[in-house]
Design a protein around this ligand. Sequence first.
Ligand code: DMJ
Length: 706
Amino acid sequence: MSTYGLPNGAASQWESSGRARFHHNDTEGFGEKVTNMFTGGRKDSLPMYKDKPYNYSGPGGRRHLPPWARKKRTLGGVLAVLALLSWWFGVLSPLSWISSKSSGEASKTQSKGWFGGKEVVNWDERAERVKDAFKISWAGYEKYGWGYDEYHPVTHTGKQMTPQGLGWIIVDALDTMMLMNMTTELTHARQWVHSNLTYDQDHDVNTFETTIRMLGGLLSAHYLSVGFPGKFAPVQDDISDDIYVEKAADLADRLLSAYETQSGVPLASVNLHTYKGIPSHADAGASSTAEATSLQLEMKYLAKLTGESHYWEKAERVMRAVDDNQPADGLVPIFIYADRGTFRGDNIRFGSRGDSYYEYLIKQYLQTSQEEPVYQAMWNESMVGMKKHLITYSSPNNFTVLAERPNGLNKDLEAKMDHLVCFLPGTLALATTGGLPLSQVQKRPNWGEQQEEDMELARELTKTCMGMYHTESGLAPEIAHFNIHDPPLIYNDFKPKEKPKSPESFVKCKNTACTEKEEIGQDDYIFKPADKHNLQRPETVESLFYMWRITGDEIYRQWGWEMFQAFIKWTAVEDGEGFSSVSDVTKLPPPMRDNMESFWMAETLKYFYLLFSPNDLLPLNDVVFNTEAHPFPRFQMGKLFTTGWERKADRKEETPPLNDGDGHFKIQTIKVTHTVQQEVVAPETATATREVAEAAEAVVTQEVVA
Ligand code: DMJ
């Protein structure tokens, strides 16, 4: 088989994507700690497939150890963590020679310190600290969990999700290793993919998760290795250059069986061996809307690489099925029936099960070099809908909140933000500028008030997401509930320059000399007990990355550094050999959950690294990142591909009235500002409904959510 080539029209973009500072091979250091590097995958457990190890509490976590072991490990752990932290922050600093060597003047910037002072920051050095965190995470996994799909860094155990494992952690991390130029580690991973990875396994897997992580991981590994020969961690071995795309095509063929439904909307799961789609066991068999509509970037890039149009057509058909429902104001309910292609329920949100539907609208438009305006139109509609129905403001500090309508657009607003929502501000900035620097696009004739407004909204939402990190540990919880004005203030009810604004900073001085400070924003939200965990999710640093690249405002890098330090400080496991998700960000130290999500290395550390690296490492206008942070090239459709569908001609252009037909729970938005409105909800109905909503929510937070 010949090497799969570059997509037409992408070559010049790739040539422009220079990365001059990464030349050396990375052979020293952490790799040497690994003792069982080539032992192969262990196959001793066959747990049920779980698309995310969301509620894993693990056998034998810290608290389950016998007292003698606990003591010994605690002492060892404390020493290890002390050593790690002091090394990290430069007290012992065996890495200080790296920083003194690598601190080129060009990478140093003068930033405004938190209280106005000047601070010289070496961002290259900070990117190296992220690489160190990746190396530690990878080395721990290599040593104790090699080949397993789940890794528990406290107990040093692993689990497979299918009999022989799916390469969940290895495949998801390939492109991060390439970007970080980690040749030794990549060589090992590539060998494993070549010798151990098979998708011919008689087991159900989640269609979406397997697409975004495995298919996405293989495709971006192909892109970075074949698209930039010799540039990103070049590996010398006898394995074919086509290794990644061949595995990707085999996997995609198996996944496509999920799309064999009457409507074309994919089923939630698929058996990889029998090529059989399987409906969700919950939600009356309906698929999650975000899951069904976040497969297109992967299938379309594969179609482009292989010239096989059926990948394209199957993925695209889903978009038509969704749009045929003519969702009001472009906002979609979070479930969709795969057989009929109709929505289930009215729950509208940009959090779990809604999120990447919106993300993939604008990214599909960008992926095919803006040749498919239908997706931009759908994105634009959804942004209009978001501003009209979902954007509100917290009380007392007017942080901008992207809320939910759990019972439909005509019903009450719930001011809840999943961490997952925090992808949106960065994506909004990307959509507004196409990924080009703001200073450049502002000079264009088509730039105007609307675009300025959207950038301002992106800034405010990023600040809200960053505000969620202002906890005891500096880590955000999974979900925050905001206190909002009563009645809610709604974005669209304010003129562009009169929209409520959050405070300039998260702290304020309590005296003129500013010797005493106070945090702002703590009264604006609460965390419910079931939502206080942190899964090492990437969405906020993802937005910081886009906001930095686009606006050039260094505050986003500074916030990223603060966040990164909190991750290092509180998620490092006791023996210093890895990082774990934690179960309560308000406790110090936050208790460990003993799980390292694959997106920690695939997404979170990748976005930190990109945030602190020079901007020519994967220029935003050359690539699109899939929802698992795997970069794909933008390309032209060429002769082989076309948008094979049109929106219904009889589209309803109107938006629904803001009442539910039977009088109660009408949402009254207010005009301009601060006019006191009357209570429009009968109190007893409101209380009852809130109780039901809270009960439902308690169930929801126990589920595995994307
Ligand atoms: C990732 O798998 C993807 O980013 C997905 O879109 C949402 N959930 C996780 C990260 O939080």
